[in-house]
Design a protein. Structure first.
Length: 217
């Protein structure tokens, strides 16, 4: 049962509300392929939920590039993934209904490590952008997930204390951020490999929560 004591909800976006993780995998694979490097399943798992800048630094190190090349490599990755977001980003199962139902009862925020223009475009494409009172990205705070900054800022903008909010996440990094900020965390893990130690409730899909919304919040 989804607990009923909360005054706000904060959602991750990539892989939780919007099915964009396959897009990132394809873009990162193309980025590495241009340098003759493989993209592995371990690469995919390691980058889910991480900040773009942390991912870029990892790949730059693998390519033997100095930190001065990070900005150029980041722009290249954005040029690869941006068109995919615009053409292919689609909502995850249950995302639209969860957001619509919770949005009728409490203010919502989105808290993400992804760049604002990508997130806004994906949420707009799904018809969800207007449901959020606040949208906080890694560019709005000092530290990205797994630091708690985006969640703390989201709660501040919603005017609620973190323990009064529930966070929704799909990655271990995001769960750690929500837990460190003091939110109660619901996890929809990206796969069986995801460590869910920081989650208070684990479900296989957002659709699993829909029945509880009719009588618990």
């Amino acid at each position: 049962m989804l607990p009923g004591r909360f005054r706000a909800a904060v959602f991750d976006v990539d892989g939780l509300l919007i099915d964009t993780e396959p897009l990132w995998a394809r873009a990162e694979e193309a980025l590495l392929a241009r340098r003759g490097l493989p993209f592995t399943e371990e690469d995919r798992r390691r980058t889910v939920g991480r900040s773009i800048d942390a991912t870029i630094r990892d790949y730059a190190n693998r390519m033997g590039l100095s930190p001065s090349a990070d900005a150029s490599l980041r722009r290249e990755l954005m040029s690869l993934v941006g068109p995919m977001y615009r053409a292919e980003a689609s909502p995850m199962p249950g995302a639209i209904e969860i957001v619509e139902r919770l949005g009728r009862r409490m203010p919502l925020a989105a808290a993400t490590n992804t760049d604002r223009h990508l997130v806004e475009g994906a949420l707009r494409r799904a018809g969800l952008l207007g449901a959020f009172t606040a949208l906080v990205t890694a560019g709005d705070v000092a530290r990205p997930k797994p630091a708690p900054d985006v969640y703390l800022e989201a709660c501040a903008r919603l005017g609620v204390a973190p323990p009064e909010a529930v966070g929704f996440e799909d990655s271990a990094s995001g769960m750690a951020a929500a837990r460190a900020a003091g939110l109660w965390c619901i996890a929809v893990p990206d796969g069986p490999h995801v460590i869910v130690d920081d989650a208070d409730l684990v479900v296989s899909s957002l659709t699993d929560l829909i029945p509880s919304l009719s009588h618990s919040i």
